[in-house]
Design a protein around this ligand. Sequence first.
Ligand code: GDP
Length: 204
Amino acid sequence: MEIRSAKYLISSPKVELCPPADKPEYAFIGRSNVGKSSLINMLTNQSKLAKTSASPGKTQMINHFLINDDWYIVDLPGYGYAKVSQQQRANWQKMISGYLKERSNLVTVFVLIDSRLKPQQLDLDFLAQLGEWGIPFNMIFTKADKSTQREAHQNMRRFIEKMKEEWEFIPRSFMTSAVKFLGRKEILGYIEELNEDWGKEESE
Ligand code: GDP
């Protein structure tokens, strides 16, 4: 899929204030510093669309971007910040669960995982939570250029092996590098396929 336009729309503190749920929507989430902003900028081919410098825990908002006037990218605040208060954590939980459970046009959640790390319990716990809520997701492994291809793929395999202890079906995953534009074509192609299905469901 070609990206013809990508615009920042709005930041919403709760799901009720999000734009009309009239287009397919893809949410991106992961631990702080996992490379989420860089990935969104890489996918949209805009160096400054998602802000890479947001201070941890501060931007507790649901951020909507309109792509090709046709679908939404949603940048969700990450989890796993060390320095947030209990109150901020509770607010995050409430906003994220409200959004994930109630957003009717949410097609899939892309959960970002650092390909340099061994399987992290925090990431596995977040996926388990999505499973409990019955929310579709895919995994995106980030920063593939930071280690050897072998290491990155080994960590991805390990993560999937861990998932198999809990999951019967393992969703599709992607290996990416925002620096090398790795995985861009695959993710955009996948979104394009899902967008087509969404259109079909709507017209039935
Ligand atoms: P966020 O907090 O999840 O939005 O993460 P950012 O996109 O701000 O990235 C965190 C840090 O990792 C920044 O210093 C980025 O430059 C770096 N980074 C993100 N993605 C990549 C990547 O694919 N390759 C490399 N080498 N660095 C990356």
